[in-house]
Design a protein. Structure first.
Length: 612
């Protein structure tokens, strides 16, 4: 009788182990669908299963293939190893899917493996990271808890589990063959009549949708490896780049803006998360940015500048503002190519006798901005180590202390100078300390993230006003132009779902237009000038260069943006390839710019005597 029970026990164990294998397979597949249910939902902090199934229904065979690729190693284990591996691989893949979801909520895309080089960016970011979590994320781990408890209770199912090398190799061969025999249907290749090639990973979110987060990361790993080498341009590539620049050129006579601020100091303030909708806007009768509003009386103001940052976020803004080159489509440009050569604003101004300085309140390693800006051409960089950290708000040194300490730094600069500075306090999740809140908002707004955003921007606006007063007191403002812009949008970029929950919002607060302001202030300007032309961050550098009197010949063939003060075109391309503006004839050309820019960066194009 004992001999009769033993084989029955083994048989029963085999059935249970097989059942757990398929439960794990379908559980991970469901999590991939659940992931799409979040990212395709208007509110990414909640989910819509119908959207997830609709996005994945035609591609489930690929999802299963990629998951099986990982699960095939199950057959190399025996006894307890079977169950331990199923739970381990489930946990590992679940963590990857959750990280993709959290990253998507922050950056509206899925991450490239290049972010493993960017762990320094996590310093002091706990508040921002926790703000990306949702209570519904617990759905991803329910099966792990249940399966773990069940396996502890039924330890006997481990008895008799054997290795199956044949099944391992068979599963590997079948899944790999299936994965690399990808019948690229029209639905996969086509998007808005354009091609989204698999290995170029041009649109990471699409690749995730077609092949699951797991498949995306496999192809991404290949892409990262492939792109780790310096790109060698062919003669066709070089001709393509040359043609792109020629097609961009507008033959327009100079106007009154050419050299308007020649020989003056330039201070460029890049304000964290500053959106344009707060400019000249009131909340419950109180001005949100009273100091910026006052500056408009003596400024050239562009309200329709579109955010164009990608995975490098603020560092991408540093890059575009100073080089007029689009950032990489994948990963951070400053991490992957920090020492590239550019025909940049600091270098062009240096040729005119300017001293150049970049100032951040962060550590130099944050997004590798210090190495990146040195590569861009700044002679000197100042980071958090050069400041007295006497007051910390949110991620680091408060804007009040920061601006106060900058004044003597600027005063010590040899004139003329170009100083590029970045602020920090208005970074999400916009939880300004109570003692600095001055707007006294009603409960509905104050309890919403939008109220926190208004208070944070109002605080930074106040510090900018005090900073300019101090520059005036030191006699610096008479010969200094102050340009102010945002590094990217803020509350609508990361927390738009929460903004939509306001009970009685002003309709303007709900508009998501991707606009950041661009204000060029000079106290000698006698009348406000508001220019409604559509542009992007890529256009800031040539616009400033024109005003500062830099000869256009020295940069026309290197900047990817255009001078917004001397153009007949109205357009911008967003990082997701959406085209905005009225100059529809430039849609194909501007979309092509994203691909051209990748080639320029990856080949270090401007190091090859192509700057003339």
């Amino acid at each position: 009788m004992l001999n009769m029970k033993t084989p029955m026990s083994h048989s029963k164990g085999s059935v249970h182990r097989g059942l757990l294998f398929f439960i794990t397979l379908f559980s991970i597949t469901f999590k991939c669908i659940l992931f799409l249910s979040f990212i395709n939902n208007k509110n990414t902090y909640s989910f819509n299963l119908a959207l997830g199934f609709k996005s994945s229904i035609y591609f489930l065979n690929y999802y299963l293939a990629f998951i099986l690729l990982f699960m095939s190693f199950y057959f190399l284990f025996k006894n307890k190893g079977h169950i331990k591996y199923l739970i381990s691989i489930n946990s590992f893949l679940t963590l990857f899917i959750l990280m993709d979801l959290w990253y998507f909520r922050g950056f509206n895309t899925v991450p490239s493996l290049t972010i493993v080089k960017q762990t320094a960016n996590l310093d002091n970011l706990s508040g921002s990271i926790f703000s990306m979590l949702s209570k519904y994320d617990l759905l991803f781990i329910v099966d792990l808890v249940v399966l773990s408890l069940w396996s502890l209770k039924h330890k006997d199912i481990c008895i008799g589990g054997r290795r199956h090398l044949g099944l391992f190799f068979g599963t590997i061969i079948i899944t790999v063959s299936f994965i690399f025999y990808v019948p690229f249907s029209t639905e996969i290749l086509k998007k808005d009549n354009d091609k989204s090639y698999l290995f170029s990973m041009y649109d990471a979110t699409d690749t995730t949708r077609y092949f699951s987060p797991i498949g995306y990361h496999i192809f991404n790993a290949y892409s990262v490896w492939q792109n780790s080498k310096t790109l060698e341009l062919t003669s066709e590539d070089t001709a393509e780049i040359d043609k792109w620049y020629k097609d961009k050129f507008e033959d327009i006579p100079d106007n009154q803006y050419q050299g308007l601020f020649k020989d003056k100091n330039l201070v460029l303030i890049q304000v964290e998360s500053l959106e344009d909708f707060v400019i000249n806007e009131k909340v419950e009768g109180k001005e949100i940015t009273p100091n910026l509003n006052k500056l408009l009386s003596n400024s050239i103001y562009f309200p329709n500048i579109n955010e164009q940052v990608n995975e490098g976020t603020s560092s991408d803004s540093d890059l575009m503002t100073n080089t007029s080159i689009y950032p990489l489509r994948q990963g951070s440009t400053f991490f992957n190519y920090p020492n590239n050569t550019y025909n940049s604003l600091p270098l062009l101004l240096e040729e005119m006798g300017y001293e150049t300085l970049a100032i951040h309140p962060d550590k130099g390693a944050f997004w590798n901005w210090m190495e990146g800006l040195k590569g861009v051409g700044f002679k000197k960089c100042v980071d958090s180590h050069d400041f007295e950290i006497d007051e910390v708000i949110g991620l680091g040194l408060s804007d009040a202390s920061y601006f106060r300490q900058i004044v003597p730094i600027l005063k010590s600069q040899k004139q003329p100078f170009y100083s590029f500075m970045v602020t920090l306090t208005s970074h999400g999740p916009f939880d300004l300390p109570k003692q600095y809140k001055e707007l006294n908002l009603s409960e509905d707004i104050d309890n919403n993230v939008l109220g926190g955003y208004f208070e944070s921007i109002h605080y930074t606006d106040k510090q900018i006003g005090l900073f300019l007063q101090n520059l005036e007191a030191e006699g610096l403002l008479d010969n200094t132009v102050v340009a102010i812009t945002g590094d990217h949008t803020g509350v609508h970029k990361y927390y738009n779902d929460q903004v939509q929950k306001l009970k009685s919002p002003d309709p303007k607060w709900l508009v998501v237009d991707n606009h950041i302001p661009f204000i060029i202030y000079d106290k000698s300007l006698e009348a406000p000038q508001k220019l409604e032309v559509t542009g992007g961050q890529i256009d800031l550098m040539p616009t400033l260069a024109y005003l500062m009197g830099i000869n256009e010949i020295s940069y026309n063939s290197t900047v990817m943006g255009r001078n917004l003060l001397k153009t007949e075109k109205d357009y911008s391309i967003l990082t997701n390839k959406d085209f905005v503006g009225t100059s529809l004839d430039m849609k194909e050309h501007s979309t092509k710019a994203l691909e051209i820019s990748d080639k320029i960066i990856k080949s270090n194009y401007f190091k090859k005597d192509n700057t003339n």
